[in-house]
Design a protein around this ligand. Structure first.
Ligand code: 9D3
Length: 250
């Protein structure tokens, strides 16, 4: 997979793309990430990338010419087609489903907006899809682009060990169960007995129940769309009874 990022702040990307799993995936040639400075594609003396909005109003708008030139440049660097994505508060909200869909693409171009927005002709002529990472206001599309790169990279075959990816699809839709490592007792806090019992079936059921209880408590919205087995339904009834008992309702 190849990802080209277009930004007026290329320096923002050096840290996150040069550490940890993303760095390793790049070194191993599993993902190729190229960051391009939109400013270098501005043709005027001062390399201006923004201008005042027609019709007036606050803030600046990113000019179309440098962005068009940057997209044309990255498309000429490597042949073939690419899905062009604009990071934008107007976009559909990015989810794991979006990540799985985009991880199947061979080639992406991520355009990072800054200031109040991007000239509409960029959307009209270049952009296939707009993506937001959530309902909060950031200063630009750079952090959202890094979020997307991170989420996609770990889905590229060979980046993670296949076992954790398989476990993910099994538990998908639920929050994680609590995890412990050594020591068995730390500052008076102990590891639940079942986890050291050696009874793998009991461990599996305990973890599933914990995941269901946490999801019910913190993210009931997720529970409604998760695919639950008859065992899950039984565990949820148990959780409901445990809660009622704790409140003295039975
Ligand atoms: C929605 C706020 N806009 C009101 C006129 C102005 C505006 C604020 C901040 C326009 C753009 C931005 C910069 N943000 C992004 O480019 C952005 C973003 C975000 O702010 N939140 C979540 N996802 C994204 S993706 C790109």
């Amino acid at each position: 997979m190849r990802i080209d990022v277009l930004t007026i702040f290329p320096g923002m990307f050096s840290g996150p793309l040069s550490e940890s799993i993303v760095a390793r995936a790049r070194e191993r040639g599993l993902v190729e990430i190229h960051v391009h400075d939109i400013r270098e594609f501005a043709r005027d003396k001062h390399r201006v990338t923004d201008d005042y909005p027609f019709g007036g109003g606050a803030g600046m708008v990113m000019k179309p010419e440098p962005i068009f030139a940057a997209v044309e440049h990255v498309m000429s660097e490597a042949p073939g087609s690419a899905r062009v994505i604009l990071m934008s508060p107007q976009g559909r909200v990015f989810t794991q489903e979006t990540a799985v869909r985009l991880a199947r693409e061979q080639r992406l171009v991520l355009i990072c907006g800054h200031y109040e927005g991007v000239d509409e002709r960029v959307r009209e002529a270049l952009v296939h899809e707009e993506i937001s990472i959530g309902d909060y206001v950031l200063t630009g599309g750079e952090l959202p682009a890094m979020v997307i790169i991170d989420a996609l990279t770990r889905l590229v075959p060979g980046v993670l060990d296949e076992e954790s990816v398989a476990a993910e699809s099994f538990t998908s839709g639920l929050l994680d169960y609590p995890q412990y490592t050594r020591p068995r007792e730390f500052r008076g806090m102990t590891v639940p007995e079942v986890l050291v019992s050696g009874d793998h079936e009991k461990v599996r059921i305990w973890r599933r129940k914990q995941a269901l209880a946490r999801t019910l408590e913190r993210r009931p919205d997720l529970l409604r769309s998760a695919s639950l087995t008859p065992e899950d339904e039984r565990l949820l009834e148990e959780i409901e009874r445990d809660g009622a008992a704790a409140e003295g309702r039975c």
